[in-house]
Design a protein around this ligand. Structure first.
Ligand SMILES: Cc1cc2nc3c(=O)[nH]c(=O)nc-3n(C[C@H](O)[C@H](O)[C@H](O)COP(=O)(O)OP(=O)(O)OC[C@H]3O[C@@H](n4cnc5c(N)ncnc54)[C@H](O)[C@@H]3O)c2cc1C
Length: 321
């Protein structure tokens, strides 16, 4: 038995939907007989894209006129639930805005939220999967009350897979009066400086950990990532130490990555780190301790000092270029 209806909050970004939104759409259509997207702003023009990924309806919240999305989008979804009826669940990407939408929607509808979801299936209702205890166990959960369930899903939980469907039908879904909460405006936004691909989307990720010894050594990680056209990542230890920004963190409380090649340099392989990168196709680990846990999941292990191995790797890559 499939679910009847799922709604996916699809975040518009640079003329498309974010990759996580497309992942959710791809998965939703394998679970439900009907899928709709809820989007806003430039997302309204993406009916063809929404249809290509399996949505039959696109609910357009409209132009937000500089407001943060959470207030109007949660209000619009709540109003839709009252109008067209509740879907089985609303699937929301675990982004900053997505989490904000989920919280506000939960308060408006008085429905619970399941967060940090990495898997979905159907068994007399929607079943969610959540990694717990640093990713060593996976628990399954299910809503027992009336719909809609509100589900916040982590990036890279599903593959992006187009279905080639017809454009979705666009239906206006205005938020209505959002009161004082709708008056906060975005006054400035800053795009993070980045020269290579995004960490979550890079085919090669080179990550550094505490084994680098000091912040300045992270330059070697950036150089190797650059030479391999990849993105630099990090363990939480060096994010907490202030060597690199949080946006670089891979793991349970950071980003999930699934590149073709993941190179872990001076990273021990704590479960909280591995849960964010163990889905990589090929894992290379460089660590001076032959018993470091990272070697248990590495396809290629180099027991050695990063101060020797990384400069040699840089020289070899430069010689090849
Ligand atoms: C709730 C919670 C959430 C967490 N979330 C995350 C998360 O999202 N991501 C994350 O990464 N961590 C996370 N952690 C932290 C995690 O438990 C580890 O503390 C962290 O991953 C360790 O980082 P590290 O491997 O860089 O440092 P360490 O564990 O200190 O390991 C350093 C490694 O470098 C090696 N080394 C030392 N010198 C050299 C050298 N010269 N050459 C080569 N190798 C060398 C050592 O042998 C060692 O294996 C979380 C922890 C908790 C409790």
């Amino acid at each position: 038995m499939t679910l009847s209806t799922l709604w996916v909050v699809a975040e518009p970004a640079n003329g498309s939907f974010t990759t996580t939104s497309l992942e959710l759409l791809s998965e939703a259509r394998t679970l439900a007989s009907s899928v709709a997207v809820v989007t806003w702003g430039e997302g309204a023009a993406l009916a063809a894209l929404a249809g290509e990924y399996g949505a039959t309806t696109l609910y357009d919240v409209g132009n937000l006129n500089g407001a943060l999305p959470a207030v109007p989008v949660a209000a619009a979804i709540a109003s839709l639930v009252g109008g067209v009826g509740a879907p089985d669940a609303v699937l929301i990407p675990a982004s900053y805005d997505g989490r904000d939408i989920a919280g506000r929607l939960s308060a408006r509808l008085d429905r619970p939220v399941l967060t940090n979801v990495t898997g979905l299936s159907e068994n007399s209702g929607l079943v969610t999967e959540h990694p717990v205890f640093g990713g060593t166990l996976t628990v399954k959960a299910k809503f027992t009350g009336e719909g809609p369930g509100i589900v916040v899903v982590r990036a890279k939980s599903f593959a992006v897979d187009s279905a080639g469907g017809a454009p979705a039908q666009v239906v206006a879904a205005p938020p209505g009066d959002t009161g004082a909460s709708g008056t906060a405006m975005i006054t400035a936004s800053h795009v993070e400086e980045r020269s290579g691909p995004k960490l979550e989307e890079a085919a090669v990720v080179v990550s550094g950990g505490r084994g680098l010894g000091e912040a300045s050594k992270y330059a070697m990680i950036e150089e190797i990532a650059h030479l391999l056209h990849g993105a630099p990542g990090a363990s939480r230890a060096i994010v907490d130490a202030g060597w690199v920004p949080y946006s670089h963190q891979v793991g349970q409380t950071g980003k999930t990555v699934k590149p073709t090649v993941y190179i872990a340099c001076g990273i021990s392989g704590a479960t909280q780190h591995m849960v964010g990168m163990k889905g990589s196709k090929n894992i290379v680990a460089i660590n001076k301790d032959a018993d470091a846990p990272i070697f248990q999941i590495a396809d290629l292990g180099i027991v050695g000092d990063v101060n020797t191995v990384l400069p040699a790797l840089i020289d070899a890559l430069k010689a090849r270029a």
